[in-house]
Design a binder for this molecule. Structure first.
Ligand code: FBP
Length: 547
Protein backbone atom coordinates (compact mmCIF):
# COMPACT_ATOMS: atom_id res chain seq x y z
CA UNK A 1 0.00 0.00 0.00
CA UNK A 2 1.37 3.43 -0.91
CA UNK A 3 0.81 5.68 2.11
CA UNK A 4 0.29 9.42 2.21
CA UNK A 5 2.23 11.58 4.68
CA UNK A 6 -0.95 12.03 6.74
CA UNK A 7 -1.60 8.27 6.80
CA UNK A 8 1.92 7.57 8.08
CA UNK A 9 1.66 10.21 10.80
CA UNK A 10 -1.86 9.12 11.69
CA UNK A 11 -0.87 5.43 12.16
CA UNK A 12 0.85 6.51 15.35
CA UNK A 13 -2.31 8.04 16.86
CA UNK A 14 -3.35 6.15 20.01
CA UNK A 15 -7.14 6.23 20.30
CA UNK A 16 -8.56 7.42 23.60
CA UNK A 17 -10.77 4.85 25.41
CA UNK A 18 -13.10 4.90 28.44
CA UNK A 19 -11.46 4.21 31.80
CA UNK A 20 -13.48 0.98 32.16
CA UNK A 21 -11.81 -0.48 29.06
CA UNK A 22 -8.26 0.13 30.24
CA UNK A 23 -7.86 -2.76 32.72
CA UNK A 24 -9.85 -5.73 33.99
CA UNK A 25 -13.57 -5.39 33.44
CA UNK A 26 -16.58 -6.44 35.50
CA UNK A 27 -19.98 -6.78 33.78
CA UNK A 28 -23.00 -5.34 35.56
CA UNK A 29 -26.45 -6.49 34.39
CA UNK A 30 -29.18 -3.87 34.18
CA UNK A 31 -32.93 -4.14 33.59
CA UNK A 32 -34.38 -6.80 31.31
CA UNK A 33 -35.39 -5.25 27.98
CA UNK A 34 -38.40 -5.26 25.65
CA UNK A 35 -38.50 -4.48 21.92
CA UNK A 36 -39.50 -0.89 21.07
CA UNK A 37 -42.75 -2.13 19.49
CA UNK A 38 -44.54 -5.32 18.43
CA UNK A 39 -43.29 -7.04 21.62
CA UNK A 40 -45.34 -10.24 21.36
CA UNK A 41 -44.43 -10.87 17.72
CA UNK A 42 -40.70 -10.09 18.19
CA UNK A 43 -40.52 -12.30 21.30
CA UNK A 44 -42.02 -15.16 19.28
CA UNK A 45 -39.43 -14.65 16.52
CA UNK A 46 -36.47 -14.44 18.95
CA UNK A 47 -37.32 -16.91 21.76
CA UNK A 48 -33.67 -17.34 22.82
CA UNK A 49 -32.39 -13.76 22.58
CA UNK A 50 -35.44 -11.68 23.52
CA UNK A 51 -35.61 -9.77 26.81
CA UNK A 52 -31.88 -9.88 27.69
CA UNK A 53 -30.61 -7.23 30.16
CA UNK A 54 -28.59 -4.15 29.28
CA UNK A 55 -24.90 -4.59 30.26
CA UNK A 56 -22.45 -2.01 31.69
CA UNK A 57 -18.71 -2.46 32.05
CA UNK A 58 -16.99 -1.37 35.25
CA UNK A 59 -13.33 -1.49 36.26
CA UNK A 60 -12.39 -4.44 38.39
CA UNK A 61 -9.34 -5.64 40.35
CA UNK A 62 -10.07 -9.25 39.57
CA UNK A 63 -7.67 -10.77 37.00
CA UNK A 64 -9.53 -13.34 34.90
CA UNK A 65 -8.10 -16.00 32.58
CA UNK A 66 -9.88 -16.10 29.26
CA UNK A 67 -9.36 -19.02 26.84
CA UNK A 68 -7.94 -18.32 23.38
CA UNK A 69 -10.77 -17.80 20.87
CA UNK A 70 -11.15 -17.50 17.11
CA UNK A 71 -13.32 -14.55 16.15
CA UNK A 72 -14.74 -13.67 12.71
CA UNK A 73 -15.52 -10.11 11.65
CA UNK A 74 -17.75 -8.78 8.86
CA UNK A 75 -18.09 -5.23 7.53
CA UNK A 76 -21.62 -4.83 6.24
CA UNK A 77 -23.44 -2.19 4.20
CA UNK A 78 -22.23 1.29 3.29
CA UNK A 79 -18.76 2.44 4.28
CA UNK A 80 -18.39 4.69 7.34
CA UNK A 81 -15.21 6.31 8.71
CA UNK A 82 -13.84 4.29 11.61
CA UNK A 83 -14.57 0.73 10.46
CA UNK A 84 -10.87 -0.09 10.45
CA UNK A 85 -10.56 1.11 14.03
CA UNK A 86 -13.42 -1.14 15.17
CA UNK A 87 -11.37 -4.00 13.74
CA UNK A 88 -8.10 -2.82 15.33
CA UNK A 89 -9.91 -2.29 18.67
CA UNK A 90 -11.40 -5.78 18.41
CA UNK A 91 -8.02 -7.28 17.49
CA UNK A 92 -6.18 -5.55 20.35
CA UNK A 93 -9.07 -6.41 22.71
CA UNK A 94 -9.10 -10.17 22.06
CA UNK A 95 -5.27 -10.32 22.07
CA UNK A 96 -5.12 -8.49 25.40
CA UNK A 97 -7.44 -11.08 26.96
CA UNK A 98 -5.48 -13.97 25.45
CA UNK A 99 -2.55 -13.41 23.09
CA UNK A 100 -3.31 -16.70 21.28
CA UNK A 101 -6.73 -15.54 20.13
CA UNK A 102 -7.12 -15.06 16.37
CA UNK A 103 -9.19 -12.73 14.19
CA UNK A 104 -10.55 -13.70 10.75
CA UNK A 105 -12.08 -11.18 8.37
CA UNK A 106 -14.83 -12.42 6.02
CA UNK A 107 -14.37 -10.69 2.67
CA UNK A 108 -16.91 -8.55 0.84
CA UNK A 109 -19.59 -8.38 3.54
CA UNK A 110 -22.02 -11.07 4.78
CA UNK A 111 -21.59 -13.06 1.54
CA UNK A 112 -17.96 -13.73 2.61
CA UNK A 113 -19.39 -15.75 5.50
CA UNK A 114 -21.73 -17.86 3.38
CA UNK A 115 -19.16 -18.30 0.58
CA UNK A 116 -16.35 -18.98 3.08
CA UNK A 117 -14.05 -16.28 1.68
CA UNK A 118 -11.86 -14.96 4.46
CA UNK A 119 -8.39 -13.97 5.57
CA UNK A 120 -6.69 -14.04 8.92
CA UNK A 121 -6.03 -10.54 10.19
CA UNK A 122 -2.56 -10.50 11.70
CA UNK A 123 -0.85 -7.60 13.45
CA UNK A 124 1.15 -6.54 10.36
CA UNK A 125 -2.12 -6.21 8.37
CA UNK A 126 -3.98 -4.45 11.19
CA UNK A 127 -1.12 -1.97 11.73
CA UNK A 128 -1.41 -0.71 8.13
CA UNK A 129 -5.05 0.24 8.64
CA UNK A 130 -5.05 1.91 12.07
CA UNK A 131 -6.92 5.25 12.06
CA UNK A 132 -7.60 5.07 8.31
CA UNK A 133 -10.92 5.53 6.51
CA UNK A 134 -12.54 2.96 4.24
CA UNK A 135 -13.54 -0.67 4.59
CA UNK A 136 -10.88 -1.95 2.20
CA UNK A 137 -9.13 -4.10 4.82
CA UNK A 138 -11.72 -6.83 4.09
CA UNK A 139 -14.33 -5.06 1.92
CA UNK A 140 -18.07 -4.74 2.51
CA UNK A 141 -21.36 -5.84 0.91
CA UNK A 142 -25.13 -5.63 1.29
CA UNK A 143 -26.14 -9.31 1.21
CA UNK A 144 -28.98 -9.94 3.65
CA UNK A 145 -28.71 -13.12 5.71
CA UNK A 146 -32.29 -14.36 5.78
CA UNK A 147 -32.53 -17.73 4.07
CA UNK A 148 -32.17 -21.02 5.94
CA UNK A 149 -29.38 -22.15 3.56
CA UNK A 150 -27.38 -19.00 4.39
CA UNK A 151 -27.59 -19.72 8.13
CA UNK A 152 -26.56 -23.32 7.54
CA UNK A 153 -23.61 -22.24 5.41
CA UNK A 154 -22.60 -19.68 8.05
CA UNK A 155 -22.66 -22.38 10.71
CA UNK A 156 -20.75 -24.86 8.55
CA UNK A 157 -18.06 -22.30 7.65
CA UNK A 158 -17.63 -21.08 11.23
CA UNK A 159 -17.30 -24.70 12.41
CA UNK A 160 -14.68 -25.43 9.73
CA UNK A 161 -12.56 -22.52 10.89
CA UNK A 162 -13.24 -23.10 14.60
CA UNK A 163 -14.82 -19.63 14.91
CA UNK A 164 -16.69 -19.19 18.21
CA UNK A 165 -17.84 -15.58 17.79
CA UNK A 166 -18.81 -13.28 14.94
CA UNK A 167 -18.75 -9.48 15.00
CA UNK A 168 -21.02 -7.79 12.46
CA UNK A 169 -20.21 -4.13 11.91
CA UNK A 170 -23.23 -2.56 10.26
CA UNK A 171 -26.25 -0.28 10.19
CA UNK A 172 -29.84 -1.07 11.14
CA UNK A 173 -30.35 -3.70 8.44
CA UNK A 174 -26.98 -5.36 9.08
CA UNK A 175 -27.49 -5.47 12.84
CA UNK A 176 -30.86 -7.06 12.11
CA UNK A 177 -28.79 -9.76 10.33
CA UNK A 178 -26.68 -10.05 13.50
CA UNK A 179 -29.76 -10.58 15.70
CA UNK A 180 -31.27 -13.17 13.35
CA UNK A 181 -27.99 -15.08 13.19
CA UNK A 182 -27.48 -14.94 16.96
CA UNK A 183 -30.97 -16.43 17.42
CA UNK A 184 -30.33 -19.14 14.85
CA UNK A 185 -27.01 -20.18 16.44
CA UNK A 186 -28.66 -20.26 19.89
CA UNK A 187 -31.58 -22.33 18.61
CA UNK A 188 -29.13 -24.83 17.08
CA UNK A 189 -26.99 -24.93 20.21
CA UNK A 190 -24.05 -24.06 17.94
CA UNK A 191 -22.02 -22.31 20.63
CA UNK A 192 -21.26 -19.39 18.31
CA UNK A 193 -21.85 -15.87 19.60
CA UNK A 194 -22.84 -12.87 17.46
CA UNK A 195 -22.15 -9.28 18.47
CA UNK A 196 -23.09 -6.15 16.47
CA UNK A 197 -21.40 -2.75 16.20
CA UNK A 198 -23.44 0.37 15.29
CA UNK A 199 -22.22 1.79 12.01
CA UNK A 200 -23.71 4.23 9.51
CA UNK A 201 -22.92 7.76 8.44
CA UNK A 202 -26.72 8.30 8.34
CA UNK A 203 -26.86 8.65 12.14
CA UNK A 204 -30.23 6.89 12.27
CA UNK A 205 -29.12 3.93 14.36
CA UNK A 206 -29.47 5.42 17.80
CA UNK A 207 -31.25 4.90 21.09
CA UNK A 208 -30.56 5.99 24.65
CA UNK A 209 -27.81 3.35 24.80
CA UNK A 210 -26.44 4.03 21.31
CA UNK A 211 -25.97 7.79 21.29
CA UNK A 212 -24.68 7.85 17.72
CA UNK A 213 -23.56 5.46 15.03
CA UNK A 214 -19.93 5.72 14.05
CA UNK A 215 -18.99 7.58 10.89
CA UNK A 216 -21.69 10.26 11.31
CA UNK A 217 -19.20 12.63 12.94
CA UNK A 218 -16.55 12.41 10.21
CA UNK A 219 -18.97 12.36 7.28
CA UNK A 220 -20.81 15.47 8.56
CA UNK A 221 -17.49 17.26 9.10
CA UNK A 222 -16.39 16.45 5.54
CA UNK A 223 -19.71 17.63 4.04
CA UNK A 224 -19.73 20.73 6.24
CA UNK A 225 -16.23 21.65 5.09
CA UNK A 226 -17.41 21.35 1.46
CA UNK A 227 -20.66 23.27 2.10
CA UNK A 228 -18.65 25.99 3.84
CA UNK A 229 -16.31 26.22 0.85
CA UNK A 230 -19.26 26.45 -1.54
CA UNK A 231 -20.90 29.11 0.61
CA UNK A 232 -17.73 31.17 0.49
CA UNK A 233 -17.68 30.79 -3.28
CA UNK A 234 -21.37 31.76 -3.49
CA UNK A 235 -20.79 34.79 -1.27
CA UNK A 236 -17.78 35.81 -3.38
CA UNK A 237 -19.27 35.46 -6.87
CA UNK A 238 -22.84 36.25 -5.77
CA UNK A 239 -24.39 34.62 -8.82
CA UNK A 240 -25.46 31.04 -8.01
CA UNK A 241 -27.84 29.13 -5.82
CA UNK A 242 -26.21 25.84 -4.87
CA UNK A 243 -28.65 22.96 -4.33
CA UNK A 244 -26.79 20.35 -2.31
CA UNK A 245 -28.26 16.91 -1.79
CA UNK A 246 -26.76 15.20 1.25
CA UNK A 247 -26.55 11.47 1.87
CA UNK A 248 -28.63 9.79 4.53
CA UNK A 249 -31.02 7.30 3.02
CA UNK A 250 -33.98 8.06 5.23
CA UNK A 251 -33.48 10.33 8.23
CA UNK A 252 -32.29 13.94 7.81
CA UNK A 253 -29.71 13.85 10.61
CA UNK A 254 -26.84 14.63 8.21
CA UNK A 255 -28.66 17.60 6.64
CA UNK A 256 -29.59 18.94 10.08
CA UNK A 257 -26.07 18.55 11.48
CA UNK A 258 -24.53 20.20 8.39
CA UNK A 259 -27.06 23.05 8.71
CA UNK A 260 -26.04 23.59 12.34
CA UNK A 261 -22.38 23.57 11.33
CA UNK A 262 -22.67 25.89 8.30
CA UNK A 263 -25.90 27.97 8.58
CA UNK A 264 -27.10 27.76 4.94
CA UNK A 265 -30.05 29.77 3.59
CA UNK A 266 -32.47 26.85 3.28
CA UNK A 267 -32.42 23.34 4.72
CA UNK A 268 -35.23 20.93 4.08
CA UNK A 269 -35.82 18.45 6.91
CA UNK A 270 -37.76 15.45 5.59
CA UNK A 271 -39.32 14.63 8.96
CA UNK A 272 -40.85 18.13 9.10
CA UNK A 273 -42.16 17.78 5.54
CA UNK A 274 -43.91 14.56 6.60
CA UNK A 275 -45.21 16.01 9.88
CA UNK A 276 -46.69 19.04 8.12
CA UNK A 277 -48.11 16.86 5.35
CA UNK A 278 -46.33 19.01 2.76
CA UNK A 279 -46.54 18.40 -0.98
CA UNK A 280 -43.64 18.69 -3.40
CA UNK A 281 -45.13 22.03 -4.39
CA UNK A 282 -45.05 23.24 -0.76
CA UNK A 283 -41.34 22.37 -0.56
CA UNK A 284 -40.68 24.27 -3.79
CA UNK A 285 -42.67 27.29 -2.58
CA UNK A 286 -40.64 27.36 0.64
CA UNK A 287 -37.43 27.67 -1.40
CA UNK A 288 -38.96 30.18 -3.87
CA UNK A 289 -40.04 32.36 -0.97
CA UNK A 290 -36.42 32.65 0.22
CA UNK A 291 -35.14 33.25 -3.34
CA UNK A 292 -37.64 36.09 -3.83
CA UNK A 293 -36.94 37.74 -0.45
CA UNK A 294 -33.18 37.52 -0.92
CA UNK A 295 -33.53 39.03 -4.42
CA UNK A 296 -35.38 42.00 -2.87
CA UNK A 297 -32.20 42.61 -0.85
CA UNK A 298 -30.09 42.29 -4.00
CA UNK A 299 -28.79 38.85 -3.03
CA UNK A 300 -29.20 36.44 -5.93
CA UNK A 301 -27.18 33.63 -4.43
CA UNK A 302 -27.52 31.09 -1.69
CA UNK A 303 -27.35 27.50 -0.51
CA UNK A 304 -30.10 24.94 -0.19
CA UNK A 305 -29.51 21.64 1.64
CA UNK A 306 -31.68 18.72 0.62
CA UNK A 307 -31.72 15.40 2.48
CA UNK A 308 -31.29 12.42 0.19
CA UNK A 309 -34.44 10.70 1.46
CA UNK A 310 -36.78 13.68 0.93
CA UNK A 311 -38.98 12.06 -1.73
CA UNK A 312 -39.93 9.23 0.61
CA UNK A 313 -41.21 11.72 3.21
CA UNK A 314 -43.57 13.69 0.98
CA UNK A 315 -46.81 11.89 1.88
CA UNK A 316 -48.14 11.40 -1.67
CA UNK A 317 -44.69 10.29 -2.86
CA UNK A 318 -44.34 7.96 0.11
CA UNK A 319 -47.59 6.22 -0.78
CA UNK A 320 -46.46 6.02 -4.40
CA UNK A 321 -43.05 4.57 -3.46
CA UNK A 322 -44.68 2.07 -1.09
CA UNK A 323 -46.95 0.87 -3.90
CA UNK A 324 -44.01 0.77 -6.33
CA UNK A 325 -41.95 -1.31 -3.87
CA UNK A 326 -44.72 -3.88 -3.59
CA UNK A 327 -45.38 -3.88 -7.35
CA UNK A 328 -41.71 -4.21 -8.28
CA UNK A 329 -41.34 -7.12 -5.85
CA UNK A 330 -44.48 -8.83 -7.21
CA UNK A 331 -43.88 -8.22 -10.94
CA UNK A 332 -40.07 -8.26 -10.93
CA UNK A 333 -39.59 -10.45 -14.00
CA UNK A 334 -42.41 -8.80 -16.01
CA UNK A 335 -40.92 -5.32 -15.40
CA UNK A 336 -37.36 -6.48 -16.14
CA UNK A 337 -38.46 -8.10 -19.40
CA UNK A 338 -39.88 -4.85 -20.78
CA UNK A 339 -37.60 -3.19 -23.31
CA UNK A 340 -37.93 0.54 -22.68
CA UNK A 341 -38.40 2.90 -19.76
CA UNK A 342 -41.62 4.12 -21.40
CA UNK A 343 -43.07 0.58 -21.38
CA UNK A 344 -42.00 0.09 -17.77
CA UNK A 345 -43.63 3.39 -16.73
CA UNK A 346 -46.86 2.50 -18.53
CA UNK A 347 -46.96 -1.06 -17.12
CA UNK A 348 -46.47 0.19 -13.57
CA UNK A 349 -48.87 3.16 -13.92
CA UNK A 350 -51.61 0.70 -14.97
CA UNK A 351 -51.24 -1.21 -11.70
CA UNK A 352 -50.99 1.73 -9.25
CA UNK A 353 -53.93 3.12 -7.28
CA UNK A 354 -55.72 6.03 -9.00
CA UNK A 355 -54.11 8.65 -6.70
CA UNK A 356 -50.58 7.26 -7.03
CA UNK A 357 -50.91 6.81 -10.80
CA UNK A 358 -51.80 10.51 -11.03
CA UNK A 359 -48.72 11.53 -9.01
CA UNK A 360 -46.50 9.13 -10.98
CA UNK A 361 -47.60 10.24 -14.44
CA UNK A 362 -47.17 13.94 -13.56
CA UNK A 363 -43.50 13.46 -12.64
CA UNK A 364 -40.85 14.30 -15.25
CA UNK A 365 -40.01 11.05 -17.12
CA UNK A 366 -36.36 11.05 -16.01
CA UNK A 367 -37.44 11.29 -12.37
CA UNK A 368 -40.16 8.64 -12.73
CA UNK A 369 -37.56 6.30 -14.29
CA UNK A 370 -35.31 6.82 -11.27
CA UNK A 371 -38.14 5.67 -8.98
CA UNK A 372 -38.26 2.38 -10.91
CA UNK A 373 -34.56 1.56 -10.46
CA UNK A 374 -33.69 -1.69 -8.66
CA UNK A 375 -34.22 -1.74 -4.89
CA UNK A 376 -31.24 -2.66 -2.71
CA UNK A 377 -31.10 -6.17 -1.20
CA UNK A 378 -33.12 -4.92 1.80
CA UNK A 379 -35.94 -3.62 -0.42
CA UNK A 380 -34.98 0.06 -0.01
CA UNK A 381 -35.30 2.58 -2.83
CA UNK A 382 -31.76 3.62 -3.83
CA UNK A 383 -32.27 7.29 -3.01
CA UNK A 384 -28.65 8.16 -3.87
CA UNK A 385 -29.62 7.59 -7.50
CA UNK A 386 -32.66 9.87 -7.41
CA UNK A 387 -31.72 13.39 -8.47
CA UNK A 388 -34.03 15.35 -6.15
CA UNK A 389 -31.68 18.33 -6.25
CA UNK A 390 -32.15 18.64 -10.03
CA UNK A 391 -35.92 18.16 -9.78
CA UNK A 392 -36.13 20.97 -7.21
CA UNK A 393 -33.93 23.29 -9.31
CA UNK A 394 -36.21 22.76 -12.33
CA UNK A 395 -39.36 23.36 -10.28
CA UNK A 396 -37.96 26.48 -8.57
CA UNK A 397 -36.79 27.80 -11.96
CA UNK A 398 -40.29 27.36 -13.42
CA UNK A 399 -41.97 29.16 -10.48
CA UNK A 400 -39.48 32.02 -10.49
CA UNK A 401 -39.99 32.46 -14.24
CA UNK A 402 -43.75 32.65 -13.72
CA UNK A 403 -43.29 35.20 -10.93
CA UNK A 404 -41.03 37.28 -13.16
CA UNK A 405 -43.76 37.40 -15.82
CA UNK A 406 -46.20 38.64 -13.21
CA UNK A 407 -43.67 41.28 -12.12
CA UNK A 408 -43.31 39.71 -8.65
CA UNK A 409 -39.66 38.74 -9.01
CA UNK A 410 -37.02 41.16 -10.21
CA UNK A 411 -33.89 39.16 -9.37
CA UNK A 412 -31.94 36.43 -11.14
CA UNK A 413 -31.95 32.70 -10.47
CA UNK A 414 -29.08 30.52 -11.64
CA UNK A 415 -28.47 27.21 -9.88
CA UNK A 416 -25.81 24.51 -9.55
CA UNK A 417 -26.57 20.98 -8.36
CA UNK A 418 -24.31 18.97 -6.05
CA UNK A 419 -24.54 15.64 -4.31
CA UNK A 420 -22.29 14.98 -1.32
CA UNK A 421 -22.36 11.38 -0.30
CA UNK A 422 -19.65 8.93 -1.22
CA UNK A 423 -16.85 11.49 -0.67
CA UNK A 424 -17.66 11.49 3.07
CA UNK A 425 -17.93 7.76 3.70
CA UNK A 426 -14.25 6.79 3.59
CA UNK A 427 -12.55 9.90 4.97
CA UNK A 428 -9.86 9.37 7.60
CA UNK A 429 -11.85 9.21 10.85
CA UNK A 430 -11.92 12.33 13.01
CA UNK A 431 -10.43 11.93 16.50
CA UNK A 432 -13.97 11.40 17.75
CA UNK A 433 -14.68 8.55 15.33
CA UNK A 434 -11.17 7.07 15.73
CA UNK A 435 -11.61 6.97 19.54
CA UNK A 436 -15.27 5.89 19.47
CA UNK A 437 -14.73 3.03 17.00
CA UNK A 438 -11.62 1.72 18.73
CA UNK A 439 -13.59 1.70 22.00
CA UNK A 440 -16.51 -0.11 20.32
CA UNK A 441 -14.07 -2.75 19.04
CA UNK A 442 -12.66 -3.17 22.58
CA UNK A 443 -16.21 -3.41 23.98
CA UNK A 444 -17.13 -6.10 21.40
CA UNK A 445 -14.05 -8.10 22.51
CA UNK A 446 -15.26 -8.01 26.13
CA UNK A 447 -18.82 -9.03 25.21
CA UNK A 448 -17.35 -12.02 23.37
CA UNK A 449 -14.97 -12.96 26.19
CA UNK A 450 -17.92 -12.86 28.61
CA UNK A 451 -19.96 -15.23 26.42
CA UNK A 452 -22.63 -12.71 25.37
CA UNK A 453 -24.62 -13.05 22.15
CA UNK A 454 -27.33 -11.00 20.40
CA UNK A 455 -25.80 -7.80 21.82
CA UNK A 456 -24.64 -4.57 20.21
CA UNK A 457 -21.50 -2.96 21.64
CA UNK A 458 -22.36 0.35 23.26
CA UNK A 459 -20.22 3.35 24.28
CA UNK A 460 -22.07 6.33 25.80
CA UNK A 461 -21.63 9.70 27.50
CA UNK A 462 -19.87 10.78 24.32
CA UNK A 463 -19.76 14.53 24.89
CA UNK A 464 -17.57 14.02 27.98
CA UNK A 465 -13.82 13.36 27.65
CA UNK A 466 -13.20 9.80 26.38
CA UNK A 467 -11.94 8.70 29.79
CA UNK A 468 -15.48 9.25 31.16
CA UNK A 469 -17.27 7.38 28.36
CA UNK A 470 -19.43 4.43 29.52
CA UNK A 471 -19.04 1.11 27.74
CA UNK A 472 -21.32 -1.95 27.69
CA UNK A 473 -23.77 -3.88 25.55
CA UNK A 474 -27.41 -3.54 24.52
CA UNK A 475 -29.63 -6.45 23.36
CA UNK A 476 -30.32 -5.98 19.65
CA UNK A 477 -33.88 -7.29 19.97
CA UNK A 478 -34.65 -4.32 22.26
CA UNK A 479 -34.31 -1.99 19.22
CA UNK A 480 -36.61 -3.97 16.93
CA UNK A 481 -40.06 -3.56 15.46
CA UNK A 482 -41.93 -4.98 12.48
CA UNK A 483 -41.72 -3.20 9.12
CA UNK A 484 -42.95 -3.94 5.63
CA UNK A 485 -40.09 -5.07 3.35
CA UNK A 486 -40.56 -6.45 -0.17
CA UNK A 487 -44.26 -6.52 0.63
CA UNK A 488 -43.82 -8.70 3.78
CA UNK A 489 -43.71 -7.74 7.51
CA UNK A 490 -40.17 -8.37 8.85
CA UNK A 491 -38.44 -7.77 12.20
CA UNK A 492 -35.99 -4.87 11.77
CA UNK A 493 -34.20 -2.34 13.95
CA UNK A 494 -36.35 0.79 14.12
CA UNK A 495 -34.76 3.77 12.38
CA UNK A 496 -34.26 6.84 14.57
CA UNK A 497 -35.58 9.80 12.58
CA UNK A 498 -35.00 13.48 13.40
CA UNK A 499 -37.06 14.32 16.48
CA UNK A 500 -38.91 17.58 15.79
CA UNK A 501 -39.17 18.18 19.55
CA UNK A 502 -35.45 17.53 20.04
CA UNK A 503 -32.88 20.22 20.80
CA UNK A 504 -30.97 20.01 17.45
CA UNK A 505 -34.12 20.63 15.36
CA UNK A 506 -35.34 23.35 17.74
CA UNK A 507 -32.02 25.19 17.51
CA UNK A 508 -32.24 25.03 13.71
CA UNK A 509 -35.90 26.12 13.65
CA UNK A 510 -35.19 29.11 15.93
CA UNK A 511 -32.49 30.39 13.60
CA UNK A 512 -33.51 29.41 10.09
CA UNK A 513 -35.35 32.66 9.21
CA UNK A 514 -32.27 34.66 10.14
CA UNK A 515 -30.00 32.31 8.14
CA UNK A 516 -32.40 32.49 5.15
CA UNK A 517 -32.40 36.24 4.69
CA UNK A 518 -29.23 37.46 6.34
CA UNK A 519 -26.18 35.68 5.02
CA UNK A 520 -24.80 34.08 8.20
CA UNK A 521 -22.56 31.39 6.74
CA UNK A 522 -20.05 29.51 8.86
CA UNK A 523 -16.97 28.03 7.17
CA UNK A 524 -15.88 25.08 9.36
CA UNK A 525 -12.77 24.17 7.32
CA UNK A 526 -11.26 20.68 7.11
CA UNK A 527 -11.15 18.09 9.91
CA UNK A 528 -8.13 18.72 12.12
CA UNK A 529 -6.16 15.68 13.26
CA UNK A 530 -3.36 17.55 15.05
CA UNK A 531 -3.68 20.59 17.23
CA UNK A 532 -5.65 21.88 20.22
CA UNK A 533 -8.31 19.57 21.67
CA UNK A 534 -11.06 22.22 21.27
CA UNK A 535 -10.54 21.97 17.50
CA UNK A 536 -9.60 18.28 17.10
CA UNK A 537 -11.93 16.53 19.55
CA UNK A 538 -15.20 18.38 18.92
CA UNK A 539 -18.30 16.13 18.90
CA UNK A 540 -21.13 16.90 16.47
CA UNK A 541 -23.56 19.73 17.28
CA UNK A 542 -26.31 17.07 17.30
CA UNK A 543 -24.63 15.15 20.13
CA UNK A 544 -23.78 18.31 22.04
CA UNK A 545 -27.36 19.61 21.82
CA UNK A 546 -28.93 16.24 22.62
CA UNK A 547 -26.97 15.90 25.88
P1 FBP B 1 -25.67 2.04 5.54
O1 FBP B 1 -27.05 2.26 6.06
O2 FBP B 1 -25.40 0.65 5.12
O3 FBP B 1 -24.62 2.56 6.48
O4 FBP B 1 -25.49 2.91 4.22
C1 FBP B 1 -25.83 4.24 4.23
C2 FBP B 1 -25.66 4.90 2.88
O5 FBP B 1 -24.43 5.55 2.81
C3 FBP B 1 -26.83 5.84 2.63
O6 FBP B 1 -26.58 7.11 3.16
C4 FBP B 1 -26.97 5.80 1.14
O7 FBP B 1 -28.29 6.07 0.74
C5 FBP B 1 -26.60 4.39 0.81
O8 FBP B 1 -25.72 3.96 1.81
C6 FBP B 1 -25.94 4.25 -0.53
O9 FBP B 1 -25.77 2.90 -0.78
P2 FBP B 1 -24.77 2.31 -1.83
O10 FBP B 1 -23.40 2.42 -1.26
O11 FBP B 1 -25.19 0.88 -1.96
O12 FBP B 1 -24.90 3.11 -3.08
Amino acid sequence: MIKSALQIAREKYIPKVPAALKGSVKIVEGEKTQSVADQAEIEKMFPHTYGLPVLSFETSDEKKDYPAIKVGVILSGGQAPGGHNVISGLFDGIKRLNSNSQLYGFLGGPSGLTDNVYKELTSDIIDCYRNTGGFDIIGSGRTKLEEEWQFEKALENCKKLGIKALVIIGGDDSNTNAAVLAEYFMAKGAGIQVVGVPKTIDGDLKTEMIETSFGFDTACKVYSELIGNIQRDANSAKKYYHFIKLMGRSASHIALECALQTQPNVTIISEEVAAKNMTLDDVVNQIVDVVVKRAEKGENFGTVLIPEGLVEFIPAMKTLIGELNDLLAKFESEVNNLESNKERREFVAGKLSKESAEVFTQLPNSFANQLLLDRDPHGNVQVSMIETEKLLIDMVKAKVKALKKEGKFKGKFKAQAHFFGYEGRCAAPSNFDADYTYSLGNAAAILIAEGKTGYMASVRNLTAPADEWLAGGVPITSMMNLERRHGVMKPVIQKALVNLDGAPFKKFAENRDDWALNTQYIYPGPIQYFGPSEVCDLPTKTLALER
